[in-house]
Design a protein around this ligand. Structure first.
Ligand code: ADP
Ligand code: MG
Length: 353
């Protein structure tokens, strides 16, 4: 009974502050969809509108064919998981998970079966009779997850569910959540400010900034083809280089000239974005010297200072290289023109294909 979620031109205002500025999304049935962006960009606001906890100033919200703008929150058939778990301290694990089924007057036998199955899916069946204060943070979050999906909601909403966990557990739990979502096929809308988590867990991501959507795409699309400098800078690491653009010819500091495949003709000041793994040491190119290197096992991360004073991050994979470049070594940097992104400096409009 999973559902697609369609949002058309959603606007949210708090007084005269516009928190969402006409947001449209088309989330497919069974999809794991993430709202990603810095703190304050409107992620929680949008999730709460979908849940029915926030008023909607303009726009249309649909679950499948059904417009839900005026449907009360408790009738929207959603499951929710929050950052602070919100599980009931006075109820046992089993009772917490049963809560939503009880409220729906599910027959006792069916309820017991479904609770047992949910606990098994999140691997806490052995903790069924404990109280929340007898559980670790990760176990409490598993209870919150089980409680959300046991009611078989048509949409599952999660707002930064892992942010109270330590780094190692966060990585473990995101895999638990992703596998569970795959298995159950519930349309899921997930909120995080953590770009690495979003890349790891999502089928698709909407990158948000100041109440606007900056790009929607698969993790690979968003990483490989950021559509504006904000996305390039927010997702992963990007080196930005000022350049002169003349059609497909791009010149950096008058030193390095390359042909970049463009989708649009432009002449003037450009901004180029290159990932650390897209830059490489070469015989010719942008001159500079190694400032610092960090050996990270599978790759070496270099900080290179160009002769114009700008610092760049360059990753070299240890499988491709025999030695570590010494600090202070004179080098030249180049890049594969087919993989970098090119923008108009002033507007941020994307030029590269
Ligand atoms: N109840 C509220 N009243 C006034 N402003 C709010 C309220 N809730 C959120 N905001 C503002 O709306 C913006 C978006 O908030 P929020 O959706 O919580 O961001 P995020 O979840 O992306 O961190 C922020 O600037 C926040 O201060
Ligand atoms: Mg939030």
């Amino acid at each position: 009974m999973s559902n697609e979620v369609i949002i058309k031109d959603a606007v949210k205002r708090y007084g005269d502050f516009t928190a969402l500025n006409g947001v449209s999304l088309n989330i497919k049935e069974g999809e794991f969809f993430t709202l990603l962006g810095p703190s304050g960009c409107g992620k929680t606001t949008l999730l709460r509108m979908i849940a029915g906890f926030n008023s909607i100033e303009a726009g249309d919200f649909y679950f499948g064919e059904k417009r839900i703008n005026d449907v009360a929150a408790h009738k929207r058939d959603i499951g929710m998981v929050f950052q602070n778990y919100a599980i009931f301290p006075h109820l046992t694990v089993k009772e917490n998970v049963a809560y939503g089924l009880k409220a729906r007057k599910t027959p006792k036998k069916e309820m017991d079966e479904r609770v047992a199955e949910a606990l098994k899916l999140v691997q806490i069946e052995h903790l069924a009779d404990r109280k929340p204060n007898e559980l670790s943070g990760g176990q409490q979050q598993r209870v919150a997850l089980a409680r959300a999906f046991v009611i078989e909601p048509s949409v599952l909403l999660m707002d930064e569910p892992l942010s109270n966990l330590d780094a190692k557990l966060r990585v473990q739990m995101r895999t638990v959540i992703k596998k569970l979502q795959r298995r159950l096929g519930i349309t899921t809308i997930y909120v995080t400010h953590d770009q690495e988590e979003a890349l790891a867990i999502s089928d698709r991501i909407a990158v948000m900034k100041d109440g606007n959507i900056m790009q929607i795409g698969t993790p690979n699309e968003i990483y490989a083809k950021p559509q504006n400098p904000f996305v390039a800078g927010f997702i992963g690491v990007s080196n930005f280089l000022d350049c002169d653009v003349d059609g497909s010819k791009v010149t950096i500091q008058g030193e390095l000239s390359l042909e970049i495949p463009v989708q649009k003709e432009f002449t003037g000041k450009g901004k180029l974005s290159a990932r650390p793994e897209q830059l490489f040491f070469s015989e010719t190119g942008m001159p500079g010297h190694v400032l610092f290197s960090t050996f990270l096992g599978d790759f070496i991360e270099y900080e290179v200072e160009l002769d114009n004073g700008q610092s760049l991050i360059v990753n070299e994979y240890t499988k491709d290289t025999a030695s570590v470049h010494e600090d202070g070594k004179r080098v030249h940097l180049s890049f594969d023109p087919n993989r970098v992104s090119l923008y108009v400096a002033e507007t941020g409009e994307v030029l590269s294909k």
